[in-house]
Design a protein around this ligand. Structure first.
Ligand SMILES: *Cc1c(COP(=O)(O)O)cnc(C)c1O
Length: 404
């Protein structure tokens, strides 16, 4: 008979445990998790409420503090990441902003790579300085720049690797050493690599951040965010901020994300295999002027990518001939690949960073990140790779014609 004994399931390996830890199973014995869409919880007595608030007994209080469906997701994410603790938020930007604002106060200093998700860039560039926090942004691929910036006491370091949108790969271990010498909490936004493609905590990071909206859902349904780290930092530094400012994930979204985790590894592995094939095909197409994929030998940090990632990732950046006109013609010629600034979805999505995700940057800032008017960021989905390659050929031909 299949065992539902929790101690047996706990002795199994991670992927098995993710599927079989039957959290919150009711007397109906349902296969899939029950959802608990409730704002509050009731107490048996005034004494029980008193003891709950005193902290001497474990009892749920209010869904802004904890909810069975959300807690189940947090435990699963922590298990998958190999982290002591996890705190979810309503979106990925909720996770980035809470992690930074919980850690930093006026007079503090944060150092970050400049190749960042657009809203994260805004937080560092526009919001934090107004709160009296010094922000330093640098070329994350330049080891000298890190050494110089982190020669001063610093309270937080934030990077993305591979970075958005040009897929630079940053040396997590090297930056971790420097961050720790400067006294900083080192945070890695691991969205592009996903929890199955890269393990920042094993490479020296203190905090890992996700937009669960991307691969963890991966099917375009809900938004969510997650922050993982030590039990001490999550419970003492982060949780008071998240709970009291109200950046709460809904039980329904948590349930959808838990279902997403059941197939995450399968989807990411298949998307990465497709991405590797598509990147090679793109490199041979007339009309395509450059291809960036961390899994290709010609990527500027190919050796580092091989060392710190378990695959080349699910995103490919490429440039087409004839600049913006070429890029627009390419996107408009696709019959399969959708134009969308989302990523990590089962369906392939392409975007033109210069006019969408990175339009608020100055042309100089875009140039420094390697974003040209012809650059396209391509999130590779689960379609048959041959159909994707045929669509890319249509796009590349249209880009070439745009110059005539
Ligand atoms: C999407 C994304 C975010 C923000 O996540 P939302 O769920 O959209 O708020 C942060 N970082 C990276 C790298 C992302 O791709």
């Amino acid at each position: 008979m299949p065992s539902t004994d929790p101690s047996f399931i706990a002795s199994c390996r991670t992927d098995t445990r993710l599927l079989h830890d039957a959290r919150n199973r009711t007397e109906h014995g349902e296969t899939s998790d029950a959802i608990f869409p409730t704002s509050g919880f009731v107490y048996d007595s005034a004494e029980q409420a008193d003891a709950t608030f005193e902290g001497t007994i474990q009892h749920l209080q209010y869904s802004r503090y904890g909810n069975p469906t959300v807690d189940a997701l947090q435990d699963r994410l922590a298990l998958l990441e190999g982290a002591e603790a996890c705190q979810t938020t309503s979106t990925g930007m909720g996770a980035v902003s809470c992690a930074l604002l919980a850690q930093l106060k006026a007079g503090d200093r944060v150092v970050a790579s400049s190749a960042l998700f657009g809203s994260t860039h805004w937080l560092l560039d526009s919001l934090l300085p107004g709160y009296g926090i010094e922000t330093v942004m640098l070329d994350g691929t330049d080891p000298k720049a890190w050494e110089e910036a982190l020669s001063k006491p610093t309270q937080a370091v934030l990077i993305e690797t591979p970075s958005n949108p040009m897929l630079d790969v940053l040396d997590i271990r090297h930056i971790a050493d420097l961050a720790h010498k400067a006294g900083a909490v080192f945070m890695v936004d691991n969205v592009f690599a996903t929890p199955v493609g890269q393990k920042p905590l094993e490479l020296g990071a203190d905090v890992v951040i996700y937009s669960c909206t991307k691969h963890i859902d991966g099917q375009g349904r809900v938004m969510g965010g997650a922050i993982l780290g030590s039990k001490k930092w999550i419970t003492e530094t982060l949780q008071p901020f998240v709970r009291n400012t109200g950046n709460t994930l809904s039980p329904f979204n948590a349930w959808v994300l838990s279902k997403g985790l059941e197939t995450l590894r399968l989807r990411v592995d298949a998307m990465a295999r497709n991405a590797a094939r598509v990147a090679d095909a793109l490199s041979e197409l007339p009309g395509i002027t450059s291809v960036r994929y961390p899994g290709r030998k010609d990527h500027p940090q190919a050796d580092l990518a091989r060392k710190q990632m378990s695959n080349g990732g699910t995103l490919v950046a490429f440039s087409v001939a004839n600049g913006r006109e070429g890029a627009f013609a390419c996107l408009n010629a696709f019959r399969l690949i959708a134009i969308s600034n989302n990523l990590g979805d089962a369906r392939s999505l392409a975007t033109h960073p210069a006019t969408t995700t990175h339009r608020k940057l100055t042309p100089e800032q875009r140039a420094a990140l390697g974003i040209t008017d012809g650059s396209i960021r391509f999130s590779v989905g689960l379609e048959d790779a041959e159909d994707l390659i045929e669509d890319l050929r249509r796009g590349a031909e249209a880009a070439l014609k745009a110059g005539k």
